[in-house]
Design a binder for this molecule. Structure first.
Ligand SMILES: [Zn+2]
Length: 167
């Protein structure tokens, strides 16, 4: 592990212990060249599902995006990094098992659940931003739907089609 201070490759582990409920390993390290001390967190490598957005679009599950979203909500709050990493690990573990695709909404709900247990302020911050995005996503997909219909001749409604078939 390179030193984040000087980039030197010669760092040593001072202390190694399990983080938040055994979800991660936390290591205190020290650089032999510049003496800087830093911490690393070790997690199990996972294969994560694809994320299905509200408008139906798919994207890669981004652990980094998830972490940034949580850290943004937790900015300046008195919560230890270790607790945040533990929450993040629980969310990741939840989505690692089984499903090949997962709704963005479910990830958002899981984050809100963890944040509400960690810190009320962070929870409210995240929820307000997240809900706004959900609305924007829903709005965008409505617009796309309308744009898709533009120029086409009007098709009969599904209900009418059903009547046609005698159902
Ligand atoms: Zn260094």
């Amino acid at each position: 592990m390179r030193c984040p201070g000087c980039g030197g490759a010669d760092t040593r582990v001072l202390d190694s212990r399990l983080g938040d409920g055994g979800e991660c390993v936390r290591r205190r390290r020290s650089c032999r060249e510049c003496d800087m001390r830093f911490t690393t967190f070790e997690h199990v490598a996972r294969s994560l599902p694809r994320v299905v957005k509200a408008n139906g679009g798919r994207e890669k599950f981004s652990e980094e995006k998830l972490r940034l979203g949580m850290l943004r909500a937790l900015e300046k709050r008195p919560i230890e990094s270790e607790a945040v990493e533990g929450a993040l690990a629980r969310i990741l573990r939840r989505f690692t098992l089984g499903e090949r695709e997962v709704a963005a909404r479910d990830i958002g709900e899981a984050v809100m659940e963890e944040l509400s247990a960690l810190d009320e302020v962070a929870y409210v911050r995240f929820a307000s931003v997240y809900r706004k995005f959900q609305d924007i996503d829903a709005f965008r997909s409505e617009v796309e739907k309308l744009e898709g219909e533009k120029g086409k001749t009007r098709r009969p409604r599904k209900a009418r089609l059903a009547m046609f078939r005698g159902r």
